[in-house]
Design a protein around this ligand. Structure first.
Ligand SMILES: Nc1ncnc2c1ncn2[C@@H]1O[C@H](COP(=O)(O)OP(=O)(O)OP(=O)(O)O)[C@@H](O)[C@H]1O
Length: 266
C-alpha cells in the first residue's frame, strides 16, 4: 500500500470537512456560489484558481471569519456553520494567513510557546516553572518540526522571510490540530525555502489533513493528493494532481488567467 493510501486508511472514514451548497455574497457580488466539497480526515488538498476565484472567501467561511450566506459546513461530522471561529479552533481547526501574525520582538520559541498556551486549557502563568512545563516541551517539538531549532532563541524580527513562514506553520500546529488551512505559504519564498516548505508539509503527522491555497503549482501539487480548481466563485474541476495538471481546460483558465470578474454579479 502506498504511503498516501495507508495514511488515509488509518485516520478513519467519514469527512473531516464537508461543505454543502455554500454561497457567500458581498452585496451583489457572489464570492462563492453553491460550493460543495468533501475532504477526508488526513487528506491533503490544494485549492487553486486565479485571483478573485473565491479561495480566501472559502477559507473565511470554513473558519467562521465570514459565515456563508447560505449552505452548511460540517467539521468531523458536526454542523459548525454558525459557530464562531474560536469554537472551530477548539475542535481542532487551524489557519495560517497571508499576512504574518507573529510577535516580532519575541523569540521563535516564545512565539510558539504562547501559541501552545493560547490553545491549551490551562492558563498561562508567569509563576509556573518553565523548565518543567509540558508546554515548553511541546513548543520545542514544534520548533523542530518546522526546522527552526537552530534559531529558536532568535527574535522573530531577525529571521529571514522564509523562516517566518515556517514559524507560522509551527503556530498552526500548536494544540493538536486535526485540520489546517494554509493560505499561500510559499508566497515570497526563494527556491531553497520552497524546498524546505515542501519537506515540512510532507512530514506533518499523517492524521493532520489540510487545504492549501497556493499560486505556486510546483509546490501545491507536490504536497497534496487531490486538487480543487475554482473559477469565479465556483468549483469547476476536482481530481488528483497529475490529472489536473494536464487538463487543457485548467491550463487555459488557470495558467492563461482567463478570469471574468463581471461574470457573477446578479
Ligand atoms: N470582504 C469583502 N467585501 C467585498 N468583496 C469581497 C470581500 N472579500 C472578497 N471579496 C470579493 O470576492 C471575490 C473573491 O475574493 P477572494 O479573496 O475570495 O478570491 P481569491 O481567490 O482568494 O483571490 P486571491 O488569489 O487574489 O487572493 C473577489 O471579487 C473579491 O473582491
Amino acid at each position: 500500500m502506498d504511503s498516501v493510501a495507508h495514511r488515509l486508511s488509518v485516520v478513519g472514514a467519514g469527512a473531516a470537512l464537508e461543505l454543502r451548497g455554500v454561497t457567500r455574497l458581498f452585496g451583489a457580488l457572489a464570492a462563492l456560489t453553491d460550493v460543495t466539497l468533501t475532504v477526508r480526515p488526513g487528506e491533503r488538498r490544494a485549492v487553486l484558481g486565479s485571483n478573485g476565484a473565491g479561495k480566501t472567501t472559502l477559507f473565511n467561511c470554513i473558519t467562521g471569519d465570514f459565515p456563508p450566506t447560505s449552505g452548511t459546513i460540517r467539521f468531523f461530522g458536526e454542523d459548525v456553520t454558525n459557530f464562531p471561529p474560536y469554537e472551530r479552533i477548539r475542535r481542532g481547526l487551524r489557519r495560517t494567513y497571508q499576512i504574518s501574525a507573529l510577535f516580532p520582538g519575541l523569540t521563535v520559541h516564545d512565539n510558539v510557546y504562547l501559541a501552545c498556551c493560547g490553545v491549551s486549557r490551562s492558563r498561562f502563568s508567569p509563576f509556573r516553572p518553565r523548565s518543567n512545563d509540558t508546554l515548553m516541551q511541546s513548543a520545542d517539538d514544534l520548533v523542530q518540526a518546522v526546522h527552526l531549532t537552530a534559531v529558536k532563541d532568535r527574535r522573530v524580527a531577525e529571521l529571514a522571510h522564509g523562516q517566518q513562514r515556517q514559524l507560522e506553520i509551527a503556530l498552526a500546529l500548536a494544540g493538536a490540530p486535526r485540520f489546517i488551512l494554509f493560505d499561500e505559504p510559499a508566497a515570497g519564498l526563494s527556491p531553497t525555502e520552497r524546498g524546505e516548505l515542501v519537506e515540512i508539509l510532507t512530514s506533518l503527522p499523517g492524521h493532520i489533513g489540510y487545504i492549501i491555497i497556493e499560486h505556486d503549482m510546483d509546490v501545491a501539487l507536490r504536497v497534496v493528493e487531490s486538487v480543487t480548481m475554482m473559477h469565479n466563485g465556483r468549483i469547476f474541476k476536482e481530481g488528483p494532481p497529475q490529472e489536473i495538471e494536464s487538463d487543457p481546460e485548467v491550463q487555459e483558465l488557470y495558467l492563461g488567467g482567463g478570469h471574468d470578474p463581471g461574470g457573477r454579479y446578479g
